[in-house]
Ligand binder design. Structure first.
Ligand code: CDP
Length: 241
């Protein structure tokens, strides 16, 4: 019983007490993934794409014929499903009952449904716990919608990146995807469970006129002012903070 209680309290421990967490939130097609990947590479941190986790669960729910509006069935599905979050090339990677959804995460139909599934509270609970697990073992750059507001509210390194709607539309189209980003943004911002918000202590960056490298440099500069060493190669053993 005592061990169980301890395990539970470890689960609830603010993970960033031990590892550095850089939270990058923002609306659809704001450039979060490219920026987070590049920044994580520069820092030697793990890159966690939380959106990919919601997309993978959505993929599995749909292929099983579960109605994405049926919260009771989704809760039951989660009870009987093994979700494993591990790493591939320093990036988060998700397996659902040993099935890898990676090839499907950007399918057009998922863009339409993912906001519905991600609004189910139990889905969020399960996946947020997985995200916090990563921070127990690794320094992270983690991107999403509620990372600074809900998943890691105590991290001092929070960014909200945005771009004008037509710029974001063009970026998504250039990726060859059909994605009604305005509809998805509305759904993500208006849901009850952990909506997309700008965390009150987040640094907001408008990326409309910036390249990926430009955004990363901007974030790196702001991290440096917060005392996190980013620029230049780090000597082995030299602390980041
Ligand atoms: O890449 P893009 O910004 O288009 O979306 P994504 O990051 O792959 O996220 C896909 C969807 O997952 C979002 O529209 C949200 O509904 C959901 N999501 C979420 O609810 N919370 C997060 N932390 C990340 C994503």
């Amino acid at each position: 019983m005592a061990a169980e209680k301890q395990a539970r309290s470890n689960c609830e421990m603010p993970a960033q007490d031990r590892h550095i967490v850089i939270a990058i939130d923002g609306p659809a097609a704001s450039g979060k993934s490219s920026v987070a990947r590049e920044l994580a590479g520069r820092l030697g941190f793990v890159h966690v794409n939380s959106g990919a986790m919601y997309r993978a669960v959505t993929w599995d729910i749909l292929r099983r014929g579960i109605d994405p509006r049926d919260h009771t069935r989704i809760d039951n599905y989660l009870e009987h499903t093994r979700i494993v979050c591990d790493l591939q090339n320093n990036e988060s990677h998700i397996l659902i009952n040993d099935n890898d959804a990676a090839q499907h995460l950007r399918d057009d139909y998922l863009n339409k449904i993912v906001s519905l599934v991600s609004s189910v509270p139990r889905v969020r609970q399960v996946l947020v716990e997985k995200m916090r697990h990563y921070a127990r073992d690794y320094d992270l750059v983690i991107e999403g919608r509620d990372i600074g507001s809900v998943v890691f509210p105590d991290t001092p390194f929070k960014f909200y990146i945005d771009a004008l709607p037509d710029v974001r539309l063009r970026r998504r189209a250039a990726e060859g995807q059909r994605d009604e980003i305005a509809t998805r943004d509305r759904a993500d911002s208006s849901r009850v469970a952990s909506p997309l918000v700008i965390a009150k202590d987040a640094e907001v960056i408008d990326t409309s006129n910036l390249s990926i490298k430009g955004v990363v440099s901007e974030i790196a500069a702001r991290l440096e002012t917060k005392g996190l060493r980013v620029a230049g190669p780090r000597k082995a053993g030299q602390p980041l903070l």
